[in-house]
Design a protein around this ligand. Structure first.
Ligand code: SF4
Length: 464
């Protein structure tokens, strides 16, 4: 088979390589035709890229064996790998800059990250940026995805960019900067169980965000074709402002086709498409409505079954605001469970009426609810993600992702044995360790706090 193509200049080639992958992953008939008549197909989609490069892309993304050997060096392939690296560095930067300058916040956030290494595994956990805050500019979401990992409620209302509300919004952004530090505050984003484009003034709010915090926040919308002129203007705006991560969540095949028709490969070169309509392309995380659905179904759903690993789609360890209700919650991601079905823990929730009020509340939450050490009155239990077995010479704890064993001679063995027996107040536990094993009070508290920092203790026990 011969290929006739005139290679594109690099930025265009990059856009077309991306479009090729999207079509291959999202359109079964494209995939089938590519196997039988690739030339014709690529020509009809105006994808003039070296077939060896397309093969290499498929190999990397899907493991498909290439038919054409890739000749290196290749300018296009280098551009593609650099684009991937750039995206990875961007995510690494967001994770790094999301650390608040407040020492209690930092310590608390590190503990939440450590806990999730036990609960959802470090591979998945490393992909969570742990942003320090997010804000909803609507109440509810009009899209209503069956798999919504945070079980968004029906859309009710929007916070509009009136003169008075803009003033409050700008002061909220300034408060976030004061409390978190500018870098961390700039890692916030303006949606949660909401779709940004439900709010008719979303663009005006993110312009204020840009003016005060210096960056355009990331967005994910499931409504890229609801108003194509609006989306095109937004794409133009994002480009002008050099915006970072922007995503379209494609929830139906029909939307996918419309996106392919309405936007050129160049329009979408910087936009990540999340192909949600096919469970085999993007398996659904068992949280929120997807978890509920999986529990109700008798038969397994392809790509979705109850035996899948515990996980979450939550990515904030910090404050979640809603501007319609004027609420603020302190939250952190966790494995979705019957105790925390939405895949995040809410430690405390308050309302606020002014920016000053919000500032006081945030500092109060940091002081009172970002727990960094165990006190005598705390009730202690092993994180329920762990199963445990007590043997004659050792105690073993195991989660789907982590294992911890304490042999009889190990310093932590008495503490592990007593925790395995069930929950206890810290003061009683240390007393018992002193009386039965001769371990002094300070050593026991140090050991308990080490397990706490590593995420081995049940966070639910510390909720008010
Ligand atoms: S997944 Fe996103 S778009 Fe879909 S219902 Fe939930 S919040 Fe709305």
């Amino acid at each position: 088979m011969t290929h006739t193509f005139a290679p594109e200049k690099t930025p265009t080639a990059l856009a077309k390589m991306k479009r090729f992958l999207e079509l291959w992953l999202g359109d079964l008939s494209f995939r089938q035709k590519y196997e039988t008549a690739p030339d014709l197909l690529l020509k009809s989609h105006n994808i003039a890229v070296d077939p060896a490069i397309l093969d290499a892309l498929l190999k990397q993304k899907t493991g498909r064996q290439p038919k054409y050997p890739l000749q290196l060096p290749s300018v296009e392939w280098d551009a593609y790998t650099q684009a991937l690296q750039k995206k990875k560095h961007m995510m690494d930067d967001v994770r790094k800059y999301s650390r608040s300058h407040h020492p209690i916040f930092q310590k608390w956030r590190s503990r939440q990250i450590a806990r999730n290494n036990q609960e959802i595994g470090s591979y998945r956990n490393d992909m969570i940026v742990y942003s320090p805050w997010a804000v909803e500019l609507s109440k509810g979401c009009s899209v209503g995805c069956w798999f919504c990992g945070v079980s968004a409620l029906q859309h009710e209302n929007n916070f509009l960019h009136t003169k008075e509300q803009q003033k409050l919004w700008q002061s909220v952004l300034t408060v976030m900067e004061e409390v978190l530090g500018k870098k961390a505050a700039s890692c916030g984003f303006c949606y949660w169980a909401t779709d940004p484009l439900d709010n008719p003034d979303y663009e005006a709010f993110i312009e204020d965000f840009y003016q005060i915090l210096g960056v355009i926040p990331p967005s994910t919308t499931a409504q890229p074709v609801k108003n194509i002129a609006r989306t095109k203007a937004l794409l133009h705006y994002w480009k002008k402002r050099n915006a970072s991560v922007q995503r379209f969540s494609i929830v139906t095949r029909k939307t996918f086709q419309k996106v392919m028709e309405a936007f050129s490969p160049e329009d979408l070169v910087d936009i990540e498409l999340i192909l949600q309509f096919d469970n085999t392309v993007v398996p659904k995380v068992l949280a929120g409505r997807a978890r509920e659905m999986a529990q109700k179904r008798k038969k397994p759903i392809p790509g979705l079954n109850l035996d899948s690993d515990p996980s979450t789609i939550a990515c904030v360890a910090g404050f979640l605001l809603n501007m319609v209700d004027k609420t603020v919650k302190l939250i952190a991601p966790c494995a979705a469970s019957s105790a925390f079905p939405l895949g995040y823990i809410t430690f405390v929730e308050k309302t606020f009426s002014t920016a000053e009020d919000l500032k006081d509340t945030l500092f109060w939450m940091i002081d009172q609810h970002m727990k960094t050490a165990i006190s005598q009155e705390d009730t202690l239990a092993i994180n329920p993600i762990f199963q445990h077995t007590v043997e004659k010479d050792a105690v073993h704890f195991s989660s789907p992702f982590a294992k911890a064993s304490y042999a009889k001679k190990a310093a932590y063995y008495p503490l592990a044995v007593e925790l395995a027996k069930g929950k206890k107040k810290a003061v009683h536990l240390v007393q018992q360790l002193q009386e039965e094993y001769g371990i002094d009070y300070i050593t026991s508290f140090c050991q308990i706090n080490t397990l706490f920092q590593k995420g081995l203790l049940d966070e639910a026990q510390f909720l008010p």
